[in-house]
Design a protein around this ligand. Structure first.
Ligand SMILES: Nc1ccn([C@@H]2O[C@H](COP(=O)(O)OP(=O)(O)OP(=O)(O)O)[C@@H](O)[C@H]2O)c(=O)n1
Ligand SMILES: C[C@](O)(CO)[C@H](O)COP(=O)(O)O
Length: 248
């Protein structure tokens, strides 16, 4: 498939409507600065860096669509890509659905990428797109776990710090930590978001509930999610390393 054919069919939905409670009080997480530029703009640039992407739909905080439009206008973004902003919902799942409903006809491949993962390398984005375009209906970038994982009986709410009984130790070799962008055949993801009613924490999980196959491709350590304050420190360090490497 030619480059231009790919471009006309691949869109990205960026859910950016979360508050960022775990990052601490302040402006919505996606609008907070990372090296002087909003986290969201880093994420949009990371996705638009792929030459396959022709449309980016940003799902803004419900009362922040105008502010996000202004932000996109104020930052230099690749001109080959179109940008759309829609207001988001109460949950990530609802925000993604609202973004999907805004996609035009003719999109065949759709990626969903957290604004909170601003540093994903373009090689990971392209690998996910390629896997979808080669026939997978749902593709998830993921990395092996660095820690042993225990399943526990969670302590009651409000009993933080109380010992939690261990239920099992899953075989770590079979586990993956899942990142974004996750890539899908457009029709499949839309069907999942229109039919699955349970709360699910990632989009591939919704496709799993349809009984459709999901595959994992290698993710990247720099595609981590900015969730807690220490993640911002790490993100600044990654950017500093990139600047230093560019200098050589
Ligand atoms: N109602 C929501 C909630 C989350 N998100 C987006 O989903 C992505 C992943 O969510 P997460 O990192 O959990 O962000 P928050 O929900 O903002 O974080 P927290 O749970 O700490 O408030 C983020 O880009 C976030 O903006 C969204 O679009 N709409
Ligand atoms: C979609 C996701 O980033 C994959 O790891 C993750 O599930 C989002 O979870 P969150 O609790 O909404 O951050």
């Amino acid at each position: 498939m030619s480059d231009s054919a790919r471009r006309s069919r691949t869109a990205v939905v960026i859910p950016a409507a979360g508050r960022g409670v775990r990052l601490g009080p302040g402006t919505p997480k996606a609008l907070r600065a990372l090296n002087g530029t909003p986290i969201l703009i880093h994420a949009v640039r990371a996705m638009a860096a792929s030459r396959a992407v022709s449309l980016v739909v940003v799902v803004a905080p419900p009362d922040g669509a105008a502010e996000v439009k202004n932000l996109l206008d104020a930052h230099a973004l690749p001109e080959r890509t179109d940008y759309l902003v829609v207001p988001g919902g109460e949950t990530r799942q609802e925000s993604v659905r609202l973004g999907l409903e805004a996609l035009p006809e003719g999109v065949t491949t759709v990626l969903v990428h957290d604004a909170a993962r601003p540093l994903v390398p373009v090689e990971t984005v392209d690998a996910v797109i390629e896997a979808v375009q080669e026939g997978a209906v749902a593709v998830v970038p993921a990395v092996p776990l660095a820690d042993t994982v225990k399943e526990v009986e969670p302590a009651a709410e409000g009993a933080g710090g109380a010992p939690e009984p261990v239920v099992a130790t899953p075989d770590r070799a079979r586990l993956r930590a899942v990142q974004t962008p996750q890539g899908f055949a457009h029709e499949t993801l839309l069907r999942a978001h229109r039919t699955v009613t349970e709360a699910v924490t990632d989009d591939a999980g919704m496709v799993e509930r349809l009984g459709e196959p999901v595959v994992v491709v290698p993710g990247h350590e720099e595609a981590f999610k900015v969730t807690r304050p220490l993640d911002l420190v790490l993100a600044e360090a990654v950017l500093a390393r990139r600047r230093a490497n560019d200098g050589f």
